[in-house]
Design a protein around this ligand. Structure first.
Ligand SMILES: [Fe+2]
Length: 417
């Protein structure tokens, strides 16, 4: 898992590592350091006897948002740090990895007391899943940097076999019906003692859902272009009030990374700039755009419970980061919902809040998820930048409605009467 973070930076030039193109998008160098900081702060300092921190200033420098640890270095200024160098950050990673091996050794040879052992295993597992979250952010943050550079740099060459074939045709929009009723969503920590999940995915609890249908694929660029051509961005009745204010203030007229070249829309992909492909999923849209599109099309966004109830029975397969494509792919056959996992994170209409009975873990590590449970929406299913073994039906991602720099997309839903 640690090696994969570094493998993702292999195509970078040294100048790429320090750039922070906006407040939310951290430099690659920072991701590499902060993921090491997590192990140092939550495992090595409290549990490894005689551990000497790599550098006294790093506790502050690479703290993302844990107020219990101390005052974090301001996020918008992460890109101001030309030091430590990339080589020093890599050295920091080695130092932390070697110390972690010593700690795990002490854990599995039972040198540590029983109570500490189980906590070390629990936190190490969390640290590895945290590392995967930052692998996805590293990709999306890099895309924001490259995607705003007139040179449209290439991060990864197109992967053969995953680009839509020139003659492939989209079979149209179909829906699958679900009976709904009383369904259970979330994870029961007791029942799944050996499977990892984040605290925000539990407790499992019943939810009543009225009969509904979900689209068999996510919305394509062709469908989104039709919304744009129909004046979707200029029709206030399609928009939530906050969304209409956002469209006007920010001057939004297309998804992020789309640019107009004469009569054609182009988009930046991590494989370089290319004309928008009608048959591929639309991505890098805000929740406001997703909601306005759904209203224009005569549908709505699914709720978190509707999505999870449908996805629980589906195989967790799809176009993930492991494909090396780093762009959503065309849907396959459409007799049942496709693309539930991978391709694009699907905006839901559900606010990100605590499940009934949720309690954040005790201590500073409890700041991981719980304190963000206001003003954000839940997204489901992972994307083409998510590691394949990181996602599951109960996974709850969360972003603010205007956020577009993740690989976000749209699945339509409707009521069945
Ligand atoms: Fe983090």
């Amino acid at each position: 898992m640690r090696g994969q973070s570094e493998a993702l930076t292999a195509p970078l030039e040294i100048e790429d590592y320090g750039v922070q193109p906006m407040d939310d998008a951290s430099p690659p160098k920072w991701h590499l350091a902060h993921t090491s900081w997590f192990f140092e702060t939550f495992l090595l300092r409290p549990f490894l006897e005689g551990y000497e921190p790599y550098h006294p200033a790093y506790e502050h420098l690479f703290n993302s948002y844990y107020n219990g640890v101390g005052r974090p270095f301001p996020r918008p200024r992460r890109g101001h740090l030309s030091r430590p160098t990339v080589a020093e950050v890599m050295e920091y990673r080695r130092y932390v990895d070697e110390a972690m091996l010593r700690l795990l050794d002490a854990t599995f040879t039972a040198e540590l007391p029983e109570e500490a052992r189980s906590e070390v295993i629990r936190r190490t597992t969390l640290g590895l899943h945290h590392e995967q979250q930052h692998q996805e952010l590293l990709i999306t943050d890099l895309k924001y940097n490259f995607g705003h550079n007139p040179l449209a740099p290439v991060y990864s060459a197109p992967v053969s076999g995953l680009t839509a074939a020139p003659d492939a045709e989209d079979g149209g929009l179909d829906f699958t019906s679900y009976a709904g009723g009383l369904v259970e969503i979330g994870v029961d920590p007791q029942a799944e003692a050996h499977a990892f999940h984040f605290d925000n995915e539990s407790p499992a609890h019943p939810v009543y859902i009225a009969p509904y249908s979900l689209a068999n694929r996510v919305v394509t660029c062709a469908e989104y272009l039709a919304f744009m051509a129909d004046g979707g961005y200029r029709t206030p009745s399609l928009w939530l009030s906050d969304g209409w204010a956002w469209v006007n203030e920010a001057g939004i007229e297309a998804p992020l990374y789309w640019t107009r070249r004469e009569d054609e829309w182009w988009e930046y992909r991590l494989a370089g700039a290319a004309p928008v492909d009608d048959r591929l999923p639309v991505t890098h849209v805000s929740a406001y755009e997703a909601d306005a599109f759904a209203r224009w099309a005569g549908y709505r966004l699914p709720t978190e419970a509707e999505w999870e109830a449908a996805a629980t029975a589906a195989p967790v397969t799809g176009n993930f980061a492991d494909s090396g494509r780093f762009h959503p792919a065309m849907a396959g056959t459409k007799d049942s919902p496709q693309q539930l996992f991978g391709d694009v994170w699907e905006w839901t209409a559900s606010a990100y809040g605590p499940y009934p009975g949720y309690t954040a873990p005790v201590g500073t590590i409890g700041e991981y998820n719980g304190k963000f449970m206001a003003n954000q929406l839940v997204l489901k299913g992972g994307s083409c930048a998510t590691p394949a073994d990181h996602i599951r039906p109960s996974y709850r991602n969360f972003f603010y409605p205007p956020d577009r720099w993740q690989f976000t997309g749209i699945r339509l839903a409707k009521d069945d009467h």
